[in-house]
Design a protein around this ligand. Sequence first.
Ligand code: LLP
Length: 428
Amino acid sequence: MFDLASIEKFEHIATPFYYYDMELLGRTVDMLSCLSARYGIDVHYAVKANVEKRILEMIAGRGIGADCVSGNEVLRALECGFPADRIVFAGVGKSDREIHDALAAGIGAFNCESLHEIYVVNAMAGAYGLRARVAVRINPNIDAHTHKYVTTGLFENKFGIARHEFEALVELLGRCRNIDFTGLHFHIGSQITEVSEVFSLEARRAGEIVSWFEDKGLHVADVDFGGGLGVDYEDPDGNPMAHFEAWFKAIVENYHRRDGQRLHLEPGRSVVAQCGTLISRVLFVKRGETKNFLILDAGMNDLVRPALYGAYHKIENLSSRFRKGFSEMQAYDVVGPVCESSDVWGQGRLLPMSVRGDLMAIRSAGAYGQVMASRYNLRDFAPAVFSDDFDGAPRYADYFGTEMPDALQHLRPAARIPGTDPESAGRI
Ligand code: LLP
């Protein structure tokens, strides 16, 4: 993914930063648009995965809709060019203000997650003299076979309306005068890798549930199967593109589409994960009692997935590619600077011998990376740098008041660790 020219440019940028490959993002979005047309399934990008304006603008510009989970995401989507009627708004806990703003904007649909919410949306629409389009999120009780923190479609999860409330739901919808019921919404989890198995099951279960509501006399115009398609964290270069087609197929082959019915998908991770990389530098190399540590300048506050879910992200030493000759491999525990023992990027990772100043890439970080960052330890937010616009990047020199040594200088580790011999500077 990284050619030497971009790695040289990285040398001048202050780390850590998020790097986005806009060419890969463009190809991914084009692929989605193409499949969307071929299979007749409308796509809404799950904005929560990455809210960078440049990224949203590119996605909106190619005709994809937006799936939002907060009022601010709705406002951001509007600002970045998503037409209001192409925005859906999900989430179990929408505040009055969020509901108001979305109503005023005239969004495509509220994906409501409880009877209580439907009641409140109806009341607010009435009070403001507006109409709300409402799709109802159902809890289909399907195991997505993924991490327990990203499983959403089981009865034990807080999401969606459960079977025992269906009768009451039909009765409530019948009484709501300010709501247009549009259809049903499902989303069973994230980073789903058993694509055909899990999504076929979801499609078949959705079919049964749609029939149940039709039997009660409701017209189900839209069926939204949510997001959840997994990506390859182990081999992002081998599989830069998720198995989109298998996903679309699993839906159309297992769901009997009614005449004129619109089907929808809401991918987040699979759109943006692989185009993003967290670029960091080695600060120090340390020999612990039982292992070697590589201490990076990026930490769990920049990308919390490993600390929060034990998630795997591939780690690469980009600078080692510049070094002449054979680079000895060593096992490292790669860690961040944050004062928490869980601030670990990976344990026992086999990497080329690494030295202070080496640029390190933490791959597949485009989804749920920057958006979940915090300022814990009062650390700065890592900014975004785009492959087609290096000019806006924060320069390393600006932080230090002096021009950084030219890119190739850092290939001489001795220049960075005075008094050490270049050959053994990083050896421990
Ligand atoms: N639709 C709804 C209603 C959702 O809740 C989500 C994600 C999506 C679509 C998009 O799912 P995706 O295609 O991205 O799997 N922070 C976690 C992931 C949380 C996903 C939450 N919901 C992580 O870093 O793995």
